[in-house]
Design a protein around this ligand. Structure first.
Ligand code: SF4
Length: 371
């Protein structure tokens, strides 16, 4: 396996095409080589528990170097908790076990001081709401400067130049003037650009973006997502995008992992999973949100205008035994109640379902693992 180099990714950038998309989707469509890259981050048997309840249980997920991976699911699926737990940023009441390796370095159980060096320098984080993430009483230029100062010993003049360079990189207008402003003096989109500048200040290998556009006006959402695509391409930076929007994920990310009730339902290349889902939850999610896939080939196969998923996502501790989706699944069989589904890997896609949607083509290279 070979890692995708920044140079190779710049080559891939040439394949990105512009097309008309809904307002909240990035205008860059994903059309680049789907080669297998070496994992930058390897997640194994990650369990996040609150009290006696498991809120996340992910057996295996890789984030390859230089690729964009989405974690998708409804509210309450455990996406944010799972992503934050990678850097030990989950709520204090939660306990994390398992293994998260960044280029072979184990992060779970790492002393805080060592982990602090990795947060920000190797892995950047962009949260959903920039208004609450930024310091309201500190000028934004100073906040970007703080991120640089924390990880690099450079002169004040060098840092000032880098702050202006970062503000230009995230397309903030008139950086010299804007750096002297407080967060409340900026628009929501500008605040999120400042957050992104802080997150990429030390050129991290991985950027975790938790619903980075959902708190913004619709017309700004696509701009922010486009910016993340461009930065990940230019810097060869991996991206873990938390999203609930199938259209965004399909057009923007190489790979997708579908989460429900903290369980990983299906994962694989985003166009394979979204265009031909095998897991019944992925299938239900797509049928319930046809508007998100307008202009994609999937939309033409959705003959029903809206097919809501029955019931509601249970709260923590209320999920049924066996498959967590069982009470809402219209394809459930007897074994779904008793045991975790067998995990099947077919080519590049993995799914855990006792009664999956039929394969579009005869299956080859099938591997099965007990649930
Ligand atoms: S394992 Fe059973 S309940 Fe779960 S999604 Fe598949 S068919 Fe439905």
């Amino acid at each position: 396996m070979t890692a995708t180099t920044p140079a190779a990714r710049q080559g891939a950038t040439g394949h990105i095409q512009r097309s008309a998309t809904p307002d909240d989707q990035p205008s860059a469509s994903l059309d680049r080589p789907q080669s297998i890259a070496a994992p930058l981050m390897e997640i194994r048997d990650l369990v996040v528990s609150i009290g006696e309840h498991q809120v996340v249980a992910i057996r295996e997920l890789d984030i390859p170097a230089g690729r964009r991976v989405a974690l998708i699911g409804e509210s309450g699926a455990g996406k944010t908790v799972a992503a934050l737990s990678l850097l030990d940023l989950q709520p204090r009441v939660a306990r994390v076990t398992g293994s998260v390796r960044l280029e072979g370095l184990e992060l779970i159980g790492m002393p805080d001081r060592q982990l602090n060096r990795i947060r920000g320098s190797e892995v950047g984080v962009v949260l959903q709401d920039p208004a609450s993430a930024l310091n309201p009483v500190m000028k934004v230029g100073r906040q970007i400067d703080e991120a640089l100062r924390m990880h690099h010993r450079t002169s004040r003049r060098e840092r000032r130049e880098r702050v202006l360079e970062l503000m230009e990189q995230v397309q903030l207008p008139d950086p010299e003037r804007l750096r002297r402003r407080f967060p409340h003096q900026l628009s929501g989109g500008q605040r999120q650009r400042v957050m992104i500048a802080i997150a990429i200040a030390c050129r991290p290998r991985l950027l975790i973006a938790d619903e980075p556009s959902s708190a913004l006006d619709v017309n700004v959402q696509a701009e922010i997502l486009d910016l993340l695509v461009r930065l990940s391409d230019e810097q060869g930076m991996s991206l873990l995008l938390i999203s609930h929007n199938l259209g965004v994920v399909r057009s923007m990310c190489d790979d997708v992992a579908v989460l429900y009730g903290g369980q990983l339902m299906e994962r694989g290349p985003s166009r394979v999973v979204v265009d031909q889902p095998r897991h019944r939850y992925t299938q239900a999610l797509i049928k319930a949100n046809p508007d998100q896939l307008a202009d994609s080939p999937v939309e033409r196969t959705l003959t029903h205008p809206l097919w809501p998923i029955p019931g509601e996502t249970p709260s923590v501790g209320q999920f049924p035994s066996g498959c967590h989706f069982r009470d809402r699944c219209t394809h459930a069989l007897d074994p779904c109640a008793d045991e975790l589904p067998i995990t099947r890997t077919v080519e590049t896609r993995t799914f855990s379902c006792w009664n999956p949607a039929p394969a579009a083509e005869p299956e080859a290279n099938v591997e099965e693992t007990a649930g």
